[in-house]
Design a binder for this molecule. Structure first.
Ligand code: P53
Length: 476
C-alpha cells in the first residue's frame, strides 16, 4: 500500500497570464499582468500606465498556450497528470470587469480547454483570481480598495461556476491572498488587489481594506458555488512561507509568532469565518477605521473553505527588532538569512523540512484537508552537449519535498489531497517576468528578450516525475 491515497491528485500548476499569451485574442481585455514589464532578481518589474509602445511585456505572448493548448495537454497526459491547476483569466470572461454580460468567446475557450483535459482523464483545478484582474477595474475603481469589487467578483465567479459545474470540481478563490503582507513594495498589492499608491497613502491600511473586501468576496463566491453544485470543493490559496525565530531567545520566538500572525490571519478568516482576536487588537491599536460591516461579518461565516490550498517554496527567519511588546512585523526589513539552509540563485531559501512544519502548522490550527498547489525550484537550465537538459538539481529539490510530504502523512497523520508542482511547463515568472527562471519538466524555447521558437521539449525531470506519478510517490 502506498503512502498517498489512491486518488491522490498528482498534477501540475500554472496561471493563465503566465502561459496563455493571446492577450487580445477572443475579445480578451487588458489585465494587470499586461501592464508589467520584464525585471530580474533585484530589479522590480515596472507597472506602466496602460500598455505603452516600445516596452517589453512578457505576458502578452507568454508561451502561447492559448494557441497550442491541444498539443500541450497531450504532453501533460503523457506525463501522467491526474489534474491540471490553471486559472481562468477574468479578462477573457469580463474584459473590463464591470460588464453585465460575459464574453462568450472567452467562456468557450475554457470549455474547450477543460474538454481537452477531461478527454485524457485530467481533472481541471481552477483558481478564479490568480494575479490577473481587469486593468479597467484599477483605473476606474481603484481596484480592491473599492467595495464594488465584491459584486464584480461574485458575478464573475457565478458565471464560471454555472458554466463549468459539470467539468470542474476543485476551485480556489484568490491566489496567494496573503502575498500583499509585503505592501512596502509595489508588486504584491498590484498583482493581488490592483492597488497603486500615492506617496502620502497609508499603504498598510489600504491593504487591509482591500484584503477584507476580497475575503468577503471569497466567502460570497463559496456560498454561491455550493448552491450551484454542492459537490464543489472550494479552497483558499495561501502563500505559505513559514517564519522561524532566528534563535531560541524568547523575544525572537515572540517576534516570529507575531510575524506568523501578520502573514497568516487571512487563513483564519477563510477557515473560521471570522477575524482572530490578535487582528482586532491590532486594528484597534493602529486606529485603522476599516469598513467592516455586520453584514460582512455574517457573510464571512457563510463561506468558509472546504480545504486549504497553499504554495510552498521556502522559509523565512526573523529576529526581534526591538519594537517592544508589539513586535510589529515589517516584511521588507525584518527578515534575516537562515544559516542552516541554502538559497536558490534568486535568494529563495531551500527548506524541505519547512514544508512538513508548515503542514503541521495548518493542521494544528484548522484540521482541514491540505492541497499543495505549488512547489518548485526556479533555476537557469543549460542545454547539454547531447541537446538535452539534465536538471538533477530540480529533481533533488522536488524529491526532498515529496519525502517531507510523506513524513507528514506517516508521522503526523495529515490529510493531503494532492500535489501540483509549479510551472511544470516553463512559463513567465510572476515575480520577475523572466523566462530564464524556469520551473518546468517541459522546456520552452524562449528567452528573456522574447526570442525563441516556443518549441517544447522534455527535460530529465519529465521522465522522473512520470515515474513518481505512476508509482504513486513510491519511486522517487
Ligand atoms: P516566481 C512570492 C513568494 C512566493 C510565491 O514565483 C510567489 C511569489 C511571487 O513572486 O508567487 C507564486 O514566478 C505564484 C506564482 C509564481 C510562483 O509562486 O516569481 O502563485 O504565480 O509564478 C513562483 O518565481
Amino acid at each position: 500500500m502506498s503512502i498517498f491515497k489512491e486518488n491522490f491528485l498528482w498534477g501540475g500548476a500554472v496561471a493563465a497570464h503566465q502561459l496563455e499569451g493571446g492577450w487580445q485574442d477572443g475579445g480578451k481585455g487588458v489585465s494587470v499582468a499586461d501592464v508589467m514589464t520584464v525585471g530580474a532578481h533585484g530589479v522590480p518589474r515596472r507597472i506602466t500606465n496602460g500598455v505603452l509602445e516600445g516596452e517589453n511585456y512578457p505576458n502578452h505572448e507568454a508561451i502561447d498556450f492559448y494557441g497550442r493548448y491541444k498539443e500541450d495537454v497531450k504532453l501533460f497526459a503523457e506525463l501522467g497528470l491526474k489534474c491540471f491547476r490553471t486559472s481562468i483569466a477574468w479578462t477573457r470572461i469580463f474584459p473590463k470587469g464591470d460588464e453585465a454580460e460575459p464574453n462568450e468567446a472567452g467562456l468557450q475557450f475554457y470549455d474547450d480547454l477543460f474538454d481537452e483535459c477531461l478527454k485524457y482523464g485530467i481533472e481541471p483545478v481552477i483558481t478564479l483570481s490568480h494575479f490577473e484582474m481587469p486593468y479597467h477595474l484599477v483605473t476606474e475603481y481603484g481596484g480592491w480598495k473599492n467595495r464594488k469589487m465584491i459584486d464584480f467578483f461574485a458575478r464573475f465567479s457565478e458565471v464560471c461556476f454555472t458554466r463549468y459545474k459539470d467539468k470542474v470540481t476543485y476551485w480556489m478563490t484568490f491566489n496567494e491572498i496573503n502575498n500583499q503582507t509585503n505592501y512596502y513594495e509595489d508588486f504584491a498589492p498590484f498583482t493581488n488587489s490592483g492597488l497603486k499608491f500615492d506617496a502620502e497613502d497609508d499603504r498598510e491600511k489600504i491593504m487591509y481594506q482591500a484584503a477584507h473586501y476580497e475575503l468577503v468576496a471569497s466567502a460570497k463566491a463559496i456560498e454561491i458555488g455550493h448552491q450551484i453544485n454542492p459537490n464543489f470543493e472550494i479552497g483558499c490559496m495561501i502563500a505559505m512561507v513559514p517564519i522561524y525565530p532566528y534563535s531560541c531567545s524568547p523575544s525572537d520566538m515572540m517576534a516570529a509568532t507575531v510575524a506568523m500572525q501578520r502573514r497568516y490571519w487571512f487563513t483564519d478568516v477563510h477557515c473560521k469565518g471570522r477575524y482572530p482576536s490578535y487582528m482586532k487588537a491590532y486594528f484597534d491599536r493602529k486606529q485603522f477605521d476599516l469598513d467592516i460591516t455586520t453584514e460582512d461579518e455574517v457573510q464571512l461565516t457563510k463561506g468558509t473553505v472546504d480545504y486549504i490550498g497553499f504554495s510552498y517554496y521556502m522559509s523565512f527567519a526573523v529576529k526581534d527588532h526591538d519594537k517592544g511588546p508589539a513586535y510589529d512585523y515589517d516584511e521588507a526589513h525584518d527578515l534575516v538569512e537562515n544559516p542552516y539552509v541554502k538559497a536558490s540563485e534568486w535568494g529563495w531559501q531551500i527548506d524541505p523540512t519547512g514544508l512538513r512544519y508548515a503542514m503541521n502548522w495548518f493542521n494544528d490550527r484548522y484540521e482541514l484537508p491540505l492541497f499543495i498547489v505549488e512547489n518548485g525550484f526556479g533555476a537557469v537550465d543549460e542545454i547539454g552537449d547531447d541537446g538535452e537538459i539534465h536538471d538533477e538539481y530540480r529533481i533533488d529539490y522536488l524529491r526532498e519535498h515529496i519525502e517531507a510530504m510523506q513524513e507528514a502523512v506517516i508521522y503526523d497523520g495529515i490529510d493531503l489531497m494532492g500535489y501540483t508542482p509549479w510551472g511544470f511547463i516553463d512559463l513567465v515568472s510572476a515575480g520577475t517576468g523572466e523566462m530564464k527562471k524556469r520551473y518546468g519538466f517541459i522546456y520552452v524555447d524562449k528567452n528573456n528578450e522574447g526570442q525563441g521558437t516556443l518549441e517544447r521539449s522534455k527535460k530529465d525531470s519529465f521522465y522522473w516525475f512520470q515515474n513518481v506519478i505512476a508509482s504513486n510517490g513510491e519511486k522517487l
